[in-house]
Design a protein around this ligand. Structure first.
Ligand SMILES: [Zn+2]
Length: 111
């Protein structure tokens, strides 16, 4: 079972793996899949699989306790102007009444 991408040069589907790199038997092109992945920007998706972008407005779909405090971000809380980042909590945002905090993309949905 192989799930290799087509050759980026001639679009052949007969690509094969050669150690760390991928090779095409038809045009002899060789490339690294990791290189192409690294160049791709990470895609952030909300609970519904909708793609999120910096500046989006989302709502929280689950009560979330704020670490180190007794505050809770309630279901339905609207969060404006999110910033996406790499990490376990991949949204940086500011919530009215709570302040700066980080959320996980799987606990929000795009408005
Ligand atoms: Zn090729």
């Amino acid at each position: 079972m192989s799930n290799l991408p087509n050759c980026p040069q001639c679009d052949s589907e007969y690509t094969y793996e050669m150690g760390e790199i991928l090779a095409c038997p038809e045009c002899a092109h060789e490339w690294s899949e990791q290189d192409s992945n690294r160049n791709d920007e990470k895609v952030f998706k909300d609970a519904n699989g909708t793609i999120l972008q910096d500046g989006d407005t989302v709502t929280v779909i689950k009560d979330l306790k704020v670490k180190g405090s007794s505050l809770v971000v309630k279901v339905g809380t609207k969060v404006k102007n999110i910033r996406l980042k790499d990490g376990d909590h991949d949204i940086d945002c500011k919530i009215d009444g709570i302040g700066q905090m980080s959320l996980k993309t799987q606990f929000v949905k795009k408005v």
